[in-house]
Design a binder for this molecule. Sequence first.
Ligand code: MG
Length: 433
Amino acid sequence: MAKDLAKIAAERGIKYFMISYTDLFGSQRAKLVPASAIAGMQKNGAGFAGFATWLDLSPADPDMFALPDPDTLIQLPWKPEVGWLASDIWMDGKPVEQGPRNVLKRVVSAAADAGFEMKSGVECEFFLTNADGTAIADSADTASKPCYDAAALMRRYDVITEICDAMLALGWEAYQNDHEDANGQFEMNWSYDKALVTADRHVFFKFMAKSIAEKHGLRATFMPKPFLGLTGSGCHAHVSLWKGKTNLFEDSKGELGVAKLGYHFIGGVISHADALCALLNPSVNSYKRINAPRTTSGATWAPNTVTYSGNNRTHMVRIPEPGRFEMRLADGAANPYLLQAGILAAGMDGIAHKTNPGKRLDINMYTDGHLVKDAKRLPLNMLDALRAFEGSTILKAALGASFVASYTKMKHAEWNDYAAYLSDWERHATLDC
Ligand SMILES: [Mg+2]
């Protein structure tokens, strides 16, 4: 018997439940449901008009239901009378194929059938800006190398510790917080877990950081490149693959302590990298972070090429220590579910085909990248990434053809919307043609 949410509400003083789901563009949608109505909602779900959110549904479609997962219950640390729940979306008695949480669950279940469980941790970078998002909030935060700046970190003590205290209370094993490489940029870390748990927490973390920042008169943004010239916000994922309590990537005899299986997984990630960009770098703005020129701090910390290395942050994949690798491609705009689903699907394909990741490169890719003649480049824009994604029969099969069709349809519409925008640059460059 699943947890009885009505009973839990009475025990813990929960007055309202926030039944939430994440749409294809990563937006979190929710209904506030009084505790008196939660028993029915737990059984049947909360009704939504799916067309009203980014899901590629039509106004003629029947009601969509968000069925809450009671295991995800979190009392909002800044408003404990509200219980937050992640949900799976259903329609006509079936899971909606393109629902991002449904997509991840499908990929996780296929991996489980093959005997694998992916665990991952995400490193969410974000900026604290003024309320309208036009400038960083701290006018004294102007150092040209601001990473780990102690004073700038302490000037945001109230916000950062409120978020960190919340994570500690929730049992996420939060373990460090820092000022990152751009002025106004921060990162907060909590422990890794199963892919679905991490994705749910990632969704909640973004919601929490934004909510708590707002309480303090600020704005938290995960936009990949909000300020040109400053380092963008990545969302690095640390990945390992398990069978029960055994980390299958760990092998003391393997190169850098990583087993052959791990290299096959990395091979899959590398071979599908251009297509994966559609999920891991899903916004027009994402491509100003990857492939970016040098920033004022001296490096972008984002990859330009599809390469891997040991403990070297200038490549797309870094192996920092035995037993795991870090995928440095994703950015703050990535949908938490699709980020995990994409990496796992690509890695599983690498394992199935024993994909060779190619040669490890131990060079500084930012300064010596031009010496590597055959390094595959990342897509230069969202349109190229979408086309690569649409052309990937393997990812289509793993993630679901109808999900890929819905996702790319909505993203093409977004691209067309962007392309129709007449920019100042365009006028400036073309007026006197
Ligand atoms: Mg970082």
